[in-house]
Design a protein around this ligand. Structure first.
Ligand SMILES: [Zn+2]
Length: 73
């Protein structure tokens, strides 16, 4: 899918302090107000699922219904 090919180059794989991988915008200067993380699982299926803050130190993916740890305890 050509559109997705162009879309995905805007994102880079990013490792959270806990070792969890997410996708993040490559350039935060263009859209500085839109700093967010995307679910890796969904990203591989060409879907941008924005991770939401859950309980302390965790992000949750509303699509996968999984929790990702952000940092160490
Ligand atoms: Zn997900």
């Amino acid at each position: 899918m050509k559109e997705w090919t162009q879309e995905k180059i805007n994102y880079v794989l990013h490792r959270l302090p806990a070792g969890t991988f997410v996708y993040r915008l490559r350039s935060l200067t263009e859209r500085a107000s839109a700093d967010y993380y995307l679910c890796v699982q969904r990203f591989q299926n060409h879907v941008k699922s924005i991770l939401q803050p859950a309980e302390y130190n965790f992000l949750t993916c509303p699509t996968c219904d999984t929790s990702l740890q952000i940092g160490h305890h």
